[in-house]
Structures are given as structure tokens and as C-alpha cells.
Design a protein around this ligand. Structure first.
Ligand code: GDP
Ligand code: ZN
Length: 378
């Protein structure tokens, strides 16, 4: 379907949401994951064609590259079209920011019928093409949604719900003390980020309360896996410059347990930011805008911050016990060398992962974290 000469897709399709089968073939799971990451990296797209029921043919291409819902790319009259970014969706209406301002947009009829199975045809973060409505001011129709680079999803009542798309990174905020640093919780957040194909950034706040050197081993282990770790203090300003640099020009999601200082950090970056973010969450919780998934809040330094209550807690939606090893970068290289193909790396003999832990090739704390997360999901 990546072939531009094949612009035929079938309308009225149905996506099968049985993709989370708990396969016993762990290596295959792992390979699938790798393949997905490779595909993302190379910009190739997977086709969802095999799972369609064929009904009607329209011009366009269809794509399910990130497993985050089918992307529909329809022919549009480019001379009248504007490109923009969806910053918020409520009900059937979306706010789309373009160079020419913020537009209130509905979704083109055909796009809707193509996606009847999806709860959100358009989500915050989507890059879209809009057609201005003749005679109206800043009103238009979303005619095309660009393929999503990534998405934070959850499944509710058997249907996949996309909360936000095309995000650059997720800030995993923890605190050095008050509350104490919980490395295993950080590992859980890391797993969620991996699952969503998002770059995690670990931010350890309240570093003023401890000696930064006391965290060398922990910080070293995460850094070695390629996760950036920042030690900061919203109170003293320590490390804040680097955090600011990381946010500049990027779209970031903020996660972390309550009390670690997320609001304080946001306000230190841009006065009043925490209140704006808090409002989004409060509205959602009261159910006033039950279909609002997220809002992209612009940063003065460029880029956006995104927050919804669901994202803040980054629960392990849809992660099966068997998938966990694939999301642990440090276990992955060993996981398919075990004696048993369905090895869980907990109680089995001749387990390459356990040998690697014994040989000091895998951090013991990370391994403990793996075992704990796995047993919680079993
Ligand atoms: P949130 O729940 O994650 O948004 O956390 P808050 O921003 O509300 O902060 C929780 C508490 O931690 C507040 O009492 C803050 O004053 C305090 N706090 C936040 N950042 C720091 C910091 O860098 N150092 C110290 N010592 N306290 C902090
Ligand atoms: Zn094993």
C-alpha cells in the first residue's frame, strides 16, 4: 500500500481488535516489536489491507503503521487547502491551529464513514489538511489526516481509543525525596513509553533534598540504556536550563505520580503553565467534556506540552505479561537465547537472562523490576 500507484481503498472497513492475543511465542512477539520499531525508523508503513472487509472503493491510501488506528489519506483540492495541527477535540468538533489562526473544524463526511469503528477519527496532535468553509470565518472541514508517527492509546470496552498523536517525548517526573524515588515506578513509565514508541526523558526533581552523587548508580543504569536522565530542582533552579532545552521546539507529555513536583516544574518553565494544564485535567475528571482526550498547550519557547489525567498516570494499558521483556531494552538481547522459547526468565533453568544478571550484564535492580511488573500482569 505504500505504492502510490495503488490509491484504492475500501470504505466501510472494520478493524479487528484482536491484535493483543497473548501469543505464547515470545520471540515472535519480540520480532514483531522490533519490526515495528524498524518500520517506524525507516518511515515504511505497514498495511492493514488484509484485515479489511471490502465494500467500496475511494481514492486515497490507507495505513496502520503505528498500530494506532487506520490513517486515511484522501484526495483533496490542494489549491484551497490549509495545513494545520489539531490542538483539541471535543465531540465532533476540533480546534485546528494553522499559520492563519485557530480554526473550528468538523470532519469531512467520508472520513467519518471510513472510521465508524474508531472512537476518535481525529485526535489532538494530528497533522491535518483543512478546507475553509465558504462565507465563514475561521471555520472549516478536516479533509485529510496525515499518518500518525505515534500515538498514546488505550482500549476501553474492546475499542481502541487514541488519546493523543505525534508526540516527541514523554517526561517521566520523579522526585529524589518526599516522596522517595521509586525506581520500579520509573521503569513502569519507561515501559509505557516504549509501548507508545515515544522517547522517554527521566526527570528527577527535588535534587536539592539529597546529594546528587547518591544516585550515580541508578542514573548510570538508565543512561546506559539510552534514556536521558536529568537531576533538577524546581525550588533552586538547578538543572532547569537543560530541561528547558529539552522541551524547546518539541511536543512533550508529562507523567509522574502526584507530589513529585510536576506543577512546580511547569511553572518554573513558564509562569501559569501548571494552571492551564490542571484545567484540562479537571474538566476531564468532571466529565464536562467527556470526549476531550487531550490538549496541546503551546510553550513560549516553541513546542507543546500535553496533559490528560490518563496520560499522567500512564497505566500499563494493553501490555501483556509476555510483551514486557520486549520493552526492557536490557533484557531484549538475551531473551531469545533461553532454553525454553516461552521462558519467562523467572523460575526456568538455562535462562540466558538470569545468566546475564548473574554475570553482571543486566542490572539486578532492573531485573527485579521486570519480575515485579511481569507478576503484576500475569
Ligand atoms: P505535583 O503533584 O507533581 O504537581 O507536585 P507539586 O508541584 O504540587 O509539588 C509538590 C510539593 O513538592 C510542593 O509542596 C512543592 O513545593 C514541592 N516541591 C516541588 N519541587 C520541589 C523541589 O525542587 N524541591 C523541593 N524541596 N520541593 C519541591
Ligand atoms: Zn529466560
Amino acid at each position: 500500500m505504500t505504492d502510490r500507484k495503488k490509491p484504492r481503498i475500501r470504505a466501510e472497513f472494520r478493524k479487528s481488535y484482536d491484535g493483543r492475543k497473548r501469543k505464547r511465542d515470545f520471540t515472535r512477539d519480540l520480532d514483531d516489536h522490533r519490526q515495528k520499531v524498524d518500520d517506524l525508523a525507516s518511515g515504511e508503513r505497514l498495511s492493514g489491507k488484509g484485515r479489511l472487509t471490502r465494500k467500496r472503493t475511494v481514492a486515497g491510501t490507507l495505513d496502520d503503521s503505528t498500530g494506532s488506528g487506520f490513517q486515511v489519506d484522501l484526495a483533496v483540492d490542494e489549491s484551497k487547502a490549509l495545513r494545520g495541527r489539531v490542538v483539541k477535540v471535543f465531540g465532533l468538533s476540533s480546534i485546528v491551529r494553522t499559520e492563519a489562526g485557530e480554526w473550528s473544524c468538523s470532519v469531512r463526511g467520508l472520513l467519518k464513514s471510513l472510521a465508524t469503528d474508531l472512537q476518535h477519527t481525529v485526535v489532538a496532535g494530528d497533522h491535518v489538511t483543512i478546507l475553509p468553509t465558504a462565507g465563514a470565518t475561521l471555520e472549516g472541514t478536516i479533509a485529510r489526516i496525515e499518518p500518525r508517527r505515534n500515538a498514546i492509546c488505550r482500549t476501553s470496552r474492546g475499542k481502541q481509543q487514541i488519546l493523543v498523536a505525534n508526540i516527541d517525548q514523554v517526561l517521566i517526573v520523579a522526585s529524589a525525596a518526599e516522596p522517595d524515588l521509586k525506581p520500579n515506578l520509573v521503569d513502569r513509565f519507561l515501559l509505557s513509553a516504549e509501548k507508545s514508541h515515544m522517547q522517554p526523558v527521566i526527570v528527577i526533581n527535588k535534587i536539592d533534598l539529597v546529594a546528587p552523587e547518591s544516585q550515580i548508580q541508578l542514573v548510570g543504569a538508565w543512561s546506559q540504556l539510552g534514556y536521558p536522565v536529568l537531576q533538577v530542582s524546581a525550588a533552586t533552579g538547578q538543572g532547569m536550563e537543560r530541561l528547558h532545552d529539552l522541551l524547546r521546539g518539541r511536543d512533550s507529555v508529562v507523567s509522574g505520580q502526584s507530589g513529585v513536583g510536576k506543577s512546580s516544574l511547569l511553572n518554573a518553565i513558564q509562569p501559569g503553565l501548571a494552571r492551564r494544564i490542571g484545567n484540562v485535567s479537571a474538566e476531564n475528571q468532571k466529565g464536562r467534556h467527556t470526549t476531550t482526550t487531550a490538549e496541546l498547550i503551546p510553550l513560549e519557547c516553541g513546542g507543546h506540552l500535553v496533559d490528560t489525567p490518563g496520560i499522567r498516570s500512564m497505566q500499563l494499558w494493553d501490555v501483556s505479561a509476555a510483551e514486557v521483556e520486549g520493552f526492557f531494552r536490557d533484557l531484549r538481547p538475551f531473551a531469545n537465547r533461553c532454553r525454553f522459547p516461552d521462558c519467562t526468565h523467572t523460575h526456568e533453568e538455562q535462562c540466558a537472562v538470569k545468566s546475564a544478571v548473574a554475570d553482571g550484564l543486566i542490572d539486578l535492580r532492573r531485573y527485579d523490576s521486570y519480575c515485579q511488573i511481569r507478576s503484576d500482569l500475569d
